[in-house]
Design a protein around this ligand. Sequence first.
Ligand code: AHG
Ligand code: MN
Ligand code: MN
Length: 342
Amino acid sequence: MPTDYYSEVLSPPKLMTLERHIVEGERRHPGATGTFTGLLADLSLAAKVVWKEVSKAGLVNILGATDDENVHGEIRKKLDVYANETIYHAMDHGGHLCVMASEESGGLLKIPDQYPKGKYVMLFDPLDGSANIDANITIGTIFSIFRRKSESGDGTIEDLLQPGNQLAAAGYILYGSSTMFVYSTGSGVHGFTLDPSVGEFLLSNENMHIPEKGKEYSVNEGNYNKWDKKVQRVFDYFKEIDPATNRPYSLRYIGTMVADFHRILLYGGFFAYPPDMKNTEGKLRLTYECIPLSFLAEQAGGKAIDGEMRILDKQPMDIHQRTPIYFGSKEDIETVERLLGG
Ligand code: AHG
Ligand code: MN
Ligand code: MN
C-alpha cells in the first residue's frame, strides 16, 4: 500500500480538548500556577455528569417539581437540585475555590472545613431554563469565576459581590441537540462540543464573534402592556421594515436565556428582559445570569446594558439581585440605547 494512503485517508483529525485549550491559554500568562486549568477541568467533569442526567430525563423518574421552593419563590425541578449538588460537590474539594454561590441556594456555599481554600470564587446558575426541561427544550448551566479579594480562609460575601469588569472567567454549558462548553478568560469566546463516544469536549468554535447587526429580537413580548412607553417603542421599532433586509426583525424566544444567548452569539440579533410595572428590576439575576453572559457578549464583540449603563460596570449589592438587560449585536444594542435614551 502506498505510504500516502495513510496520510490522505487515515490522518487523524486535529483534536483540541477543552483541557488542552485551557492549559495552553494559562501558559501564555507568566506566573500562572495551573489552578485555573484544574478548576475548569473539575467543572467540565461536573458538566458531563449533569449532561448524563439531563439526557435521560425522560427515561427516569427525575422529572417533576420537588415540594420545596427556591429562594426566589419558584417551584424548582428535581434536575435543578441534582445539578446544583453535582456542581457544588465537583468543585468543593479541588483546592481552587474559597466559596461559591448558586441561584438555587440561599446563601454562601462554604467549602467544607477539611478541604483547602483556593484563590477563586464561583457563582453559578445550575440549570437555566428549567421550566423547559419537561418539553425537551435546551437548558444550560452558567458560571462566573472571580479572584478572591479577601486574603485567606473562607471566602466572604465581598468576594462574591464583584462587578463583571473584574471577572477572571465566565462561561456556560448548553444541553441541547449537542452539549457544548463555551468559555472565556478574557481572550475571546471559545466553544467545545461534547463527543460522547470519547467523553471529551472538543474545540468546535474558536473565537466566536457576534455579527455586528442581527435580524432577530428575543423578548417575552407577552409583557408588552406592562412595559413603559420607551420600552414599547424599542419593539415597535424593530417591527418596522429594516432597509438592510427589506423585512422586519423576526421574533425568536426560547425562554432559556442561555440558549437564546447561544443563538445570538452565532446568528446575531439581541435579547431583552426589560423592567415592567410589576418587576421594576426585570426578572433575571445580575450575578448568576447577566454578568457572565454580558462578559461573553463583550468578549465576542457585542454589547450588554441594563438600559442605562453597561452591565459589567454594575456593582452587585445583593447576591440574588435582579436587573433589566439588553444584550447582543453591537449595532442593535446601540439602536436600543438610542431609543431608550430619547
Ligand atoms: P431559571 O430557569 O434559571 O429560573 O431561569 C429562567 C429565566 C431565563 O432563562 C429565561 O430567559 C427567563 O427566565 C424566561 O422568563 P419568562 O418566562 O418570564 O419569559
Ligand atoms: Mn436562570
Ligand atoms: Mn436556574
